[in-house]
Design a protein around this ligand. Structure first.
Ligand SMILES: [Zn+2]
Length: 449
C-alpha cells in the first residue's frame, strides 16, 4: 500500500496573495473582495512578498532545495468558486523541491515539492438545485506541500501529518485555531492505480478516509475488478468516499505562464531567512545534547516551548540531572495551572538556586515552586501536600516491596498512584500524585543504598 499526501496550508498573511483585501474572518459573505480577487477585466495581480517568505520558510523546514528563481502559472479550469476560471499557482520552478522530512519514528518521508498558490472561494449548497458562492476566501495564499507515496498505513499518515502540522505552526507562527485552515488531498493505491480523496480536513478524517479507501480498493481487487484512477470526496457523516470525477492529468489543465507577474529572483531573500528550530528537531536535539530520554524531551517540547527553554536554562546552569529533577518534575506538573492563572515561571530558577546551595530542602523546594507557579499560599500547599505525603508514606510502609519492584521496573509506581488516587477521592491532581509518589519512592530507594 502506498500513500502520498498533498497538504494545503493557508498562510498567515494580513492581506490576500495578489490584492490588499484582508484575510481575517469577514463579517458577511462577499465583503472581503475587490476586482483583483474576483478577476474583473482590467485588474492586475500584485504579489504579496510575505507569501514567498513563508514559502521559503516551509521549503527550508522540509529540507527542500530552494529555487534561485521562481514564477507563477495559470491553471485553467472552470468551477463556480473561481470567478476568473484560472487559478494562479506554480507549475514549473516552484519555491522548493526535493526535500525530506524525518518522523519521530525515524522514518523519512520524501517531499516532492512545495509551491504557493491562491485559494478559490467557497460554494454552499442550498436545497437540491442551487448553490451560493462566497469569494471571501478567494485569493488567500496557500502553500501546497506534496509528498512522495512513502507512507504505508492510514495511521502512519495521520502521525506524519500531526507532527508536520505542529512543526509548521511553530515555524510560521500559524494560529492554532480559527481563521487558518489546513486541508489535505490523500492519494492512495492498494494495487497499481491510485485514487485521490480531495479536501479532507482534520487528522482523524484523513485516517478515516484512507482506511475506507483501503477496504474499498482491497474488495475490488479481491473480486477480480480494476481500480480506476479517479477523484473522490469524503463524506464525514457517513464515513465513506464517493466518486466525483475521473482523475484528470496535469496536462489537462493547460498551464500557461502567468503574464501579469514576473520572474522572481529569490536567492537573496532565501539567504536572509533563518527559520526557527522546529519542535521535532528541538526534541531530538535536547535528548541527545543532554542525554535524556527521547520521550521526556518530546513531552517538554510538546507541553510548551517555554518549558523546554527553562529546561535548557537549568541544565546549562547546573546539570541535566538537576533539570530533569525540577523542570521534568514539579515544574512540568504545575505548568498547566500556571498558564491558566496567567503567571510566569520567572521565580523558579531562583528557588532551584536556593535548593542547590542547600538553603532549602527537597520538599520545601517542591512546595515553593508550586506556590510561585500557581499563586497558592505556602500554608495551603503545606497542608495539602502533608496530607498527600502521609497517604503515600502510609501505603509504602504497608507495601515496602513496591520500592524494590520500582528499582527493576518503574511501572511499579502505578500501584501507589492508583491506590492513592482512589483513596483520596480526587482531592489531588494526577500530576501532583505522580510527582509526589515518584519523589518519595526515589528518596526511599536512595536511603536504602
Ligand atoms: Zn481582493
Amino acid at each position: 500500500m502506498k500513500i502520498g499526501l498533498e497538504i494545503h496550508v493557508q498562510l498567515p498573511t494580513k492581506s490576500k496573495m495578489f490584492c490588499s483585501c484582508p484575510t481575517t474572518d469577514a463579517p458577511a459573505p462577499n465583503t472581503h473582495v475587490c476586482p483583483t480577487c474576483l478577476g474583473m477585466p482590467g485588474s492586475r495581480p500584485v504579489l504579496n512578498r510575505k507569501v514567498l517568505e513563508y514559502g521559503i520558510m516551509l521549503a527550508k523546514l522540509l529540507g527542500c532545495r530552494v529555487a534561485d528563481t521562481t514564477w507563477f502559472s495559470r491553471k485553467t479550469y472552470f468551477y463556480p468558486d473561481m470567478s476568473k476560471s484560472v487559478q494562479i499557482t506554480q507549475y514549473d520552478n516552484p519555491v522548493g523541491e526535493g526535500g525530506s522530512y524525518k518522523m519521530a519514528s525515524g522514518k523519512v518521508i520524501r517531499i516532492t515539492r512545495i509551491h504557493v498558490e491562491e485559494d478559490p472561494g467557497k460554494t454552499k449548497r442550498v436545497g437540491d438545485l442551487s448553490s451560493l458562492v462566497d469569494y471571501n476566501r478567494s485569493g488567500i495564499p496557500l502553500a501546497e506541500i506534496v509528498t512522495e507515496p512513502d507512507l504505508s498505513t492510514p495511521a502512519e499518515a495521520r502521525e506524519f501529518l500531526k507532527q508536520l502540522i505542529a512543526d509548521i505552526r511553530h515555524v510560521i507562527d500559524l494560529p492554532s485555531d480559527g481563521e487558518r485552515s489546513i486541508r489535505c488531498d490523500c492519494n492512495i493505491s492498494v494495487g497499481k492505480e491510485r485514487c485521490e480523496v480531495k479536501n479532507v480536513t482534520g487528522l482523524k478524517n484523513v485516517e478515516r478516509a484512507l482506511t475506507y479507501e483501503v477496504l474499498r480498493q482491497t474488495k475490488i481487487l479481491k473480486s477480480g475488478g480494476k481500480i480506476e484512477r479517479e477523484t473522490r470526496r469524503f463524506d464525514e457523516e457517513k464515513g465513506v468516499t464517493i466518486s466525483v470525477r475521473k482523475k484528470e492529468f496535469e496536462a489537462d489543465y493547460g498551464y500557461i505562464d502567468e503574464p501579469d507577474l514576473g520572474i522572481y529572483d529569490i536567492r537573496e531573500l532565501a539567504a536572509s531567512i533563518r527559520i526557527k528550530e522546529s519542535p521535532q528537531n528541538r526534541a531530538s536535539r535536547i535528548a541527545s545534547q543532554y542525554g535524556i530520554e527521547p520521550k521526556m524531551a518530546k513531552q517538554l517540547v510538546s507541553t510548551s516551548m517555554g518549558l523546554a527553554d527553562l529546561f535548557e536554562e537549568v541544565a546549562g546552569k547546573y546539570d541535566p540531572q538537576t533539570a530533569i529533577k525540577w523542570v521534568g518534575g514539579p515544574i512540568t506538573a504545575n505548568w498547566k495551572a500556571m498558564e491558566e492563572n496567567g503567571r510566569s515561571p520567572e521565580a523558579v530558577v531562583g528557588i532551584i538556586d536556593r535548593f542547590t546551595s542547600g538553603e532549602i530542602t527537597d520538599s520545601e523546594c517542591t512546595m515553593e515552586i508550586r506556590s510561585a507557579m500557581t499563586g497558592e499560599s505556602m500554608e495551603s500547599i503545606q497542608t495539602a501536600s502533608g496530607g498527600l505525603e502521609d497517604l503515600i508514606n502510609a501505603f509504602l510502609d504497608e507495601n515496602p516491596e513496591v520500592v524494590n519492584d520500582y528499582r527493576k521496573n518503574d511501572k511499579a509506581i502505578n500501584r501507589v498512584i492508583g491506590t492513592v488516587m482512589k483513596s483520596s477521592g480526587g482531592r489531588y491532581s494526577s500530576a501532583e500524585v505522580v510527582e509526589t509518589a515518584k519523589r518519595l519512592v526515589e528518596s526511599r530507594l536512595r536511603s536504602q543504598t
